[in-house]
Each structure stands twice: as C-alpha cells, then as structure tokens.
Design a protein around this ligand. Structure first.
Ligand SMILES: [Cu+2]
Length: 68
C-alpha cells in the first residue's frame, strides 16, 4: 500500500471534489481518495504506486488539472 499527494487546480465546491474523487477511485488499485478543497491537495492510497500520467489523465477527464 502506498500513499501519494497531488495538487489539483480548479476545484471550487463539493461537486468538484466528488468528480475528482470519483475519477481517481476508478483507477486500478486505488483504495482511498481524500480531497482537501481548501488546498486542492488530493491524497490517493493505492495498492501500488500510480503513474503520474495516469493520474493526470483521470483528473483531466474529470475536467480539472493536475498542478505541475
Ligand atoms: Cu465544484
């Protein structure tokens, strides 16, 4: 089990949080997704380390952007 934190830009409300959480939860091996709306920090707990491009695609697909 591994945990990684990403910064997601563009989230403004609970709907955004739900969209990003839903998109990341669907990735293979993801066990838990926690979003801090104030900071835009998204913490993902997964079986194995996720590839950043995979995370980026999921966040993009939900309509948001992964910072750097
Ligand atoms: Cu929103």
């Amino acid at each position: 089990m591994t945990t990684a934190t990403y910064t997601v830009q563009g989230m403004t409300c609970g709907h955004c949080v739900a969209s990003v959480t839903g998109a990341l939860t669907q990735l293979p091996g993801v066990r838990d997704v926690t979003v801090d709306l104030d900071t835009g920090q998204v913490t993902v707990t997964s079986d194995e380390e996720l590839d950043t491009p995979v995370v980026r695609d999921a966040v993009d697909g939900a309509g948001y952007a992964l910072a750097s």
